[in-house]
Design a protein around this ligand. Structure first.
Ligand code: DQA
Length: 147
């Protein structure tokens, strides 16, 4: 647990690679997972990687990693902009939280400019494409003093 990063993906991210590829790219979530695992291993870290379209499931995973894990990387999808329940779960966390968006949400529709999750996030990634997940893993490793 101490050496494990939880990477969470919210609604519609199961369709990564098929859904609006001009915005989210052609890589699948399985591709992202594989790259994160390979990178994390170089820091002696493991990855637990999950996706759900259900808010309660995301909250249950946050609860399971809120204390004692290496950190949480979360792309909450559209729940970013709506979910006080996910914010409350993240506020209960004692580990670093990296909010990660594939697209630059600030360049998109106004309703994507506000994030509840940012109120609890240690750091926020947006617009780095799927590479943002790896940058987030790298930052958690950096916070732990791992090399
Ligand atoms: C997203 C941005 C959100 O606004 C959107 O609802 C998503 C994906 C991103 O990764 O860019 O589902 O979180």
């Amino acid at each position: 647990m101490r050496d494990t990063i939880l990477i969470l993906n919210g609604p519609n991210l199961n369709l990564l690679g098929q859904r609006e590829p001009h915005i989210y790219g052609h890589e699948t979530l399985a591709d992202v997972e594989a790259r994160c695992r390979t990178l994390a291993a170089t820091f002696g870290l493991a990855i637990d990687f999950h996706q759900s379209n259900a808010e309660h499931q995301l909250i249950d995973w946050i609860h399971a990693y809120r204390v004692g894990s290496a950190g949480i990387v979360i792309n909450p999808g559209a729940y970013t902009h709506t979910s006080i329940a996910i914010l409350d779960a993240l506020n209960a966390c004692e580990v670093p939280i990296i909010e990660c968006h594939i697209s630059n949400v600030h360049r998109r529709e106004a309703f994507r400019h506000h994030s509840y999750v940012s109120l609890a996030a240690t750091a926020v990634m947006a617009g780095f494409g799927t590479q943002g997940y790896e940058l987030a893993v790298r930052h958690i490793a950096h916070l732990r003093g791992a090399r």
